[in-house]
Design a protein around this ligand. Structure first.
Ligand code: MN
Length: 257
């Protein structure tokens, strides 16, 4: 029996479960707001073409508008100035859209402190317990922030000093970019960097270091809490937008029960 046949039998019997890590995409999907000086992304929006009416009696369809970086989405290297010579989202090799995933759980810490930052020492302790971070795989950073994704205000958690959402330290981002063979990192927040990452040195270190190293980002994931610390396989499926810096993506995980 072939490996793919075994996989199909596992899916049929339920010994392999498919978990959707994707947030539903709609007009209320939270988006990033930058300071006024900068260009802004647009929310996701449907524009009805016809719905079984005189515009099209037997069919329903829509156009849609959206930013590339809306909802659960994929950051390609070319998204950041440090990765400008890297792949756009259409150039990411299909082989690199399927890989193992591990989960680092910091729900307790991020619940107690919305500005919580993951540190290199946390990753070293995790690896002492679970083994090395997977080559050609994802580090999924669980913070519990997905519970806020139906409420854009709570999701952004901003005040006079800017957004307060969990992330990782500059040194941690540098470590993941330079000292690991990960595909990239996945987070539950609106972007891979902490809400306060604009004030770090360098600013937005996850973007700067990881995309600069040819790695990727996945954002606004949900259901990461249903995955084991190790052993899941993730399929991340951005649209192959030619020249695109990223794309809304369907992200699925296979988990053995
Ligand atoms: Mn993005």
């Amino acid at each position: 029996m072939g490996t793919l046949q075994d996989l199909l039998e596992g899916l049929t019997s339920g010994s392999i479960e498919v978990i959707d890590l994707t947030a539903p995409l709609h007009r209320g999907t939270p988006i990033l707001a930058l300071p006024e000086a900068f260009g802004q992304t647009e929310p996701f929006q449907l524009h009805e073409i016809s719905r079984y009416d005189d515009r099209g009696p037997a069919w329903y369809w829509n156009n849609f508008t959206t930013g590339e970086h809306t909802g659960t989405h994929f950051d390609a290297p070319v998204h950041w100035v440090t990765g400008q010579d890297g792949d756009d989202v259409s150039q990411v090799a299909p082989r690199r859209l399927v890989g193992p995933a591990v989960v680092v759980d910091r729900v307790a810490q991020a619940t107690a402190d919305p500005d919580y930052l993951l540190e290199v020492a946390d990753l070293e302790a995790w690896q002492d317990e679970h083994g090395p971070l997977p080559a050609g795989g994802w580090l999924l950073y669980r913070t519990g922030w997905d519970a806020r994704s139906d409420d854009p205000e709570a999701f952004a958690n901003a005040d006079d000093t800017g957004p307060h959402t969990p992330g990782m330290s500059v040194e941690c981002a540098r470590y993941l970019a330079e000292e690991t063979d990960l595909l990239g990192i996945g987070v539950e927040t609106v972007g891979t960097d902490a809400g306060a990452g604009h004030a770090f040195d360098p600013p937005f270190p996850c973007h700067a270091f990881l995309l600069g190293a040819g790695k990727y980002g996945l954002t606004q994931l949900q259901n990461v809490g249903l995955l084991p610390p190790t052993g899941a396989v993730v399929l991340a499926a951005p649209l192959p937008i030619v020249g695109g810096s990223g794309s809304p993506s369907r992200v699925l995980a296979l988990v053995e029960r």
